[in-house]
Design a protein around this ligand. Structure first.
Ligand code: NAD
Length: 367
């Protein structure tokens, strides 16, 4: 089985040498494009030491039995994959207009989307979304602390006492909980909102306060994802969030609804009433943002509040992001490779849930 890795327009690399070595030891071959890992300081020599073949892009694409990438390849690259190849990436089929599978079905290959791994116990070790969200949650706090014109911890000095920063976190999924832990470690006082009351105990165990809005819609059948709330709940929630936000120095927003625009939790009015110098980091920016004023990929200042719209913060720790992504891929590959041979058992829940196309036939579509 020849597993291919190419250089991407991203600071991360899909497989790191440590994981390549394991794949090689298990009788696979790995082929890596020249300079694919330079931005994470894994140079060609490191891949060669892990027994990988280092080659040009065209050869990697044409020879791979399985190709793994972080982001979807352009058409010009897809055309070069051989018939019957397996291509694994993060296609976000639920985020687009339902055409992702259709466009992939033009090629005689099978495609699997790692962001479709089901939220079941078996899927945890392959869950790339959780791996990236954890880094993003941590970085969101670091970025906010860096820009905040105040200290995070409480300090008692000869010149007086500095109160701790107040951090409000909206959404206590993987990113939100990592943000809670990081903000607590830096000494902030942390409050958290989430519609899933199941996270209440986790929030409390990290030393933060869970602010509850009564009447959230049940999400227990949504496969670990939150559901959209009623208008009445949304109004109640917006009022309470505004009340807490105006008391806060930092607001970190992480709330997502899979396949839908992110819920708007922080209104213009709330931002207007926040303290000047406060910071908002909106990790849901790519799906419209949780703050009404967020601009995806931009840092703006409105009413003296800095609003950072960034859903790519995980790429700012590319070494660890690459390591975690590689391990996730390794665990995923173990499901489809048996004794060094490709074994696409489409009864397997993980493969069934992630398959977009099978040898050119559409298997998943949001339409
Ligand atoms: P996510 O990115 O889908 O959403 C982030 C958070 O925002 C969630 O906690 C969600 O409840 C919250 N949210 C959504 N709408 C909201 C609103 N209107 N107001 C406030 N909060 C709102 O979530 P995630 O971080 O990917 O994970 C969610 C849960 O699924 C976590 O408990 C996680 O541990 C679990 N999970 C399990 C597995 C697995 O078992 N394999 C894999 C991934 C995630």
């Amino acid at each position: 089985m020849l597993i291919g890795v190419v250089k991407e327009d991203d600071p991360r690399v899909a497989l790191v040498p440590e994981v390549i070595k394991k794949l090689e030891d298990e009788k696979n071959e790995v082929c890596v494009e020249n300079n694919a890992g330079d931005s994470v300081f894994f140079h060609d020599i490191h891949f060669q030491q892990a027994q990988a073949r280092v080659d040009n892009r065209a050869n990697v694409l044409k020879d791979s039995d399985i190709l793994v990438t972080l982001k979807p390849l352009a058409e010009a690259d897809l055309k070069q994959l051989k018939k019957g190849a397996v291509y694994i990436s993060m296609f976000e089929p639920y985020a687009g207009n339902g055409l992702v599978s259709d466009s992939l079905a033009k090629y005689p290959i099978s495609t699997f989307s790692l962001d479709m791994i089901p939220r079941i116990t078996l899927g945890q070790s392959m869950d790339v979304l959780s791996s990236m969200a954890s880094i993003a949650g941590y970085k969101a706090v670091i970025v906010a602390a860096n820009l905040l014109p105040r200290y995070f911890p409480m300090l008692t000095t000869a010149a007086g006492t500095i109160p701790p920063a107040k951090v409000l976190i909206l959404g206590a999924g993987v990113a939100g909980l990592q943000a809670v832990a990081t903000a607590k470690r830096l000494g902030a006082v942390v409050e958290v909102f989430d519609t899933r009351t199941a996270v209440k105990e986790e929030v409390k165990s990290l030393g933060a306060k869970f602010v509850e809005v009564e009447g959230a819609k049940d999400d227990k059948d949504a496969g670990g994802y939150a559901v959209e709330q009623t208008e009445e709940f949304k109004t109640k929630q917006a009022d309470l969030i505004k009340e807490r936000a105006v008391q806060s120095d930092v607001v970190i927003t992480t709330a997502q609804l899979r396949g839908k625009p992110a819920p708007k939790l922080l209104t213009r009015e709330a931002v207007n009433e926040m303290k000047e110098g406060s910071i908002i980091v909106d990790l849901a920016a790519s799906t419209g943002g949780n703050c009404e004023l967020t601009q995806n990929g931009k840092t703006i200042v409105e009413y003296g509040v800095t609003i950072i719209g960034n859903s790519e913060l995980h790429t700012s720790a590319p070494i660890h992001a690459s390591q975690l992504y590689s391990k996730n891929i390794y665990n995923f590959l173990k499901v489809m490779i048996k004794d060094g041979e490709l074994n696409l058992d489409m009864e397997n829940e993980i493969l069934k849930s992630t398959c977009l196309t099978l040898e050119g036939q559409v298997k998943y579509n949001t339409n």
